[in-house]
Design a protein around this ligand. Structure first.
Ligand code: MG
Length: 263
């Protein structure tokens, strides 16, 4: 199994980066691994921590309509260039975290996606330089209030709610280019989304290069590479799983947001 890089919180609230062992213990690192974090003597036992999102990005840059059949289901062509938008860092939650269904929306959709984690500062890279800026890969759910996306001129509100960016459960460094992405809702064994990640129109190195020509990407920043065909609604009480071969499963439940409560 590939090495799994995690970020965890212990019972005292301390946050660590680490390596997840097969025993489920965590070997703590002294810094984020993309900043050359080295193993320490500290080991966390399996019942003494909880998984956080595997990085804490300064920004999440997302790409819309990057799979041909998804663009078609949205009734639009694939853009000639990547279509970028931002999700705020406050939208991030970990695997097993709860997606809060906001009162402003009557239609909240899942969007299973491959996420890239940036390892070093990147500005104005060509694609040949960009691959080296990608430190690893994880899974994201680009949760979207579809009715607000259609209603608003741009997507900040629809994509930006707290809890609308489940991320994790961990980062791996290598990924098979043809890895399968699947999304499942509740106990259905048939996936609602099913695609190979190399079906994306603009590949990871192109996306990193393109984005770096606009804004500086910082270590720990995250890029969401777009969702394939099959987006659909979530309802309070649902459980949604996004799985990518060679990474793992990102699993979250949905509840109605309580007035005045953040996540
Ligand atoms: Mg998306």
């Amino acid at each position: 199994m590939a090495q799994r890089y995690v970020r965890v919180q212990d019972r005292e609230g301390r946050v660590y980066y680490g390596l997840l062992q097969l025993s489920q213990s965590v070997q703590v690192l002294d810094a984020p691994p993309w900043l050359q974090g080295q193993p320490t003597d500290l080991q966390l036992e399996p019942d003494s921590y909880r998984l956080l999102a595997p990085c804490a990005p300064s920004k999440i840059v997302a790409v819309g309509k990057n799979y041909t059949d998804h663009a078609a289901e949205m009734g639009t062509p694939v853009p000639h260039e990547p279509l970028l938008f931002l999700k705020p860092p406050t939208s991030v939650i970990a695997t097993d975290g709860t997606i809060h269904y906001p009162p402003q929306s009557q239609r909240v959709d899942y969007e299973g996606e491959l996420a890239l984690v940036i390892g070093e500062r990147a500005f104005d890279c060509v694609p040949e330089q960009a691959q080296a800026k990608i430190w690893g890969y994880t899974i994201a759910n680009d949760v979207t209030a579809r009715d607000l996306q259609r209603q608003d001129v741009q997507w900040t509100r629809a994509k930006g709610f707290d809890t609308f960016c489940p991320l994790g459960p961990w980062i791996v460094r290598e990924l098979n280019p043809g890895a399968l992405l699947q999304t499942f809702v509740n106990d259905n064994t048939q996936p609602v989304q099913f695609a190979r990640i190399d079906e994306m129109v603009f590949p990871p190195d192109f996306l990193v290069s393109y984005i770096s020509q606009v804004m500086t990407l910082l270590p720990g920043d995250v890029i969401l590479t777009g969702t394939p065909f099959g987006v659909g609604p979530l309802h309070p009480g649902d459980r949604v799983v996004v799985a990518i071969e060679g990474i793992g499963r990102l699993e979250n439940t949905i509840t109605i947001r309580q007035p005045g409560r953040s996540h």
